[in-house]
Design a protein around this ligand. Structure first.
Ligand code: ATP
Length: 303
């Protein structure tokens, strides 16, 4: 059973006239990847920075297992963060950059090589940071976050600058870290990627919580949950059979039928009973992008 590792309560940040984060409360469970989503300017980065004690909240608090970041006994061993494309001294190699952090944190130098392996940067370990691509800089940032073997990982737009292969690699890594029981909180505006990556989502707009919960529940409550794609050479007969199930079938431009209101098994059974031949019967999930746009419509991010 997963537990709430990060608890955010009534977190608020007022900048002069702008309330960047407005009475925001949510929780993040261990052993899962939580996607932190919102339009530009929604307050995601400000929230993550408050979690890490880098921005002082106007009100409210965020805790890790009940303790504020600033009061954690050994923060590098508890929380790892990747806030923006990692920066390092331009003339320093990736390995030396990590070793310096190890020394400052009282970790053995050997840990630098371990995390370089985890992020696949070993071949570039002795190259200078100024020669790193954006994707390599992202990997180095993640390597630094993993140095203390933390049980919580916080990442702000980690897929920025990564190519498709890099994005896939990141997804596999973050899922594997969550499967080890860690808590992974990741902000992103790549909704298709989030649908593949996240177990839970926290959606914010204009500093306020819009929705939180498991991805499937968020998709389900918006009525864009599962629908079933069906292909048949006898569409009229199938529609007649489905009307008895109170399911509706809509013809798509590609010639298939999109059925809502019945599960695949019930549709297959009804087709069989009516001697209707089926060529395809596939359950398709709703689309996070569609739901996100519905939920955040009219809540302009740019303020
Ligand atoms: N130091 C600051 N002083 C004044 N306003 C700020 C400051 N930092 C952020 N803001 C404003 O707070 C709002 C929220 O910004 P934030 O960067 O947290 O949003 P975001 O959700 O991370 O957006 P994006 O996806 O565009 O990075 C924005 O309107 C931003 O201009």
């Amino acid at each position: 059973m997963s537990t709430d590792e990060i608890v955010v309560e009534h977190l608020t940040k007022q900048y002069k006239r702008l309330r960047a984060v407005d009475d925001l409360s949510f929780s993040v469970r261990a052993g899962r990847v939580t996607g932190f989503l919102g339009p530009n300017g929604a307050g995601k980065t400000t929230t993550l920075r408050m979690l890490l004690g880098l921005v002082t909240p106007t009100a409210g608090q965020a805790t890790f297992g009940g303790t504020r970041y600033a009061e954690l006994a050994d923060p590098i061993k508890h929380v790892g963060a990747v806030l923006e494309a990692s920066s390092a001294h331009r003339g320093r190699t990736g390995r030396n950059h990590l070793r310096m952090i190890c020394r400052a944190a009282g970790l053995p130098d050997s840990r630098a090589d371990e995390v370089l392996t985890i992020v696949g940067l070993t071949p570039a370990a002795n190259r200078k940071f100024k020669g790193y691509s954006l994707g390599m800089r992202q990997r180095l940032g993640i390597a630094a976050a993993l140095l203390g073997d933390p049980r919580v990982l916080i990442l702000d737009e980690p897929a920025n600058g990564l190519d498709p292969e890099g994005i896939r690699w990141m997804r596999d890594l973050l899922k594997a870290l969550a499967a080890e029981g860690r808590t992974v909180l990741v902000s992103s505006h790549l909704l298709g990627e989030m649908q593949l990556l996240a177990d839970d989502v926290v959606i914010v707009a204009a500093g306020k919580l819009i929705r939180q919960g498991p991805v499937d529940d968020v998709l389900g409550t918006m009525g864009t949950g599962a629908h079933v794609r069906v292909r048949t050479p006898q569409p009229a007969e199938l529609k007649a059979a489905l009307s008895e199930l109170n399911a509706t079938a809509t013809e798509q431009t590609d010639g298939s039928l999109m059925v809502v209101g019945a599960e695949a098994a019930a549709i297959g059974h009804a087709a069989f009973a009516a001697s209707v031949e089926l060529h395809e019967l596939a359950t398709e999930r709703g689309d996070l992008e569609q739901v996100f746009l519905q939920l955040t419509a009219g809540k302009a991010g740019i303020r």
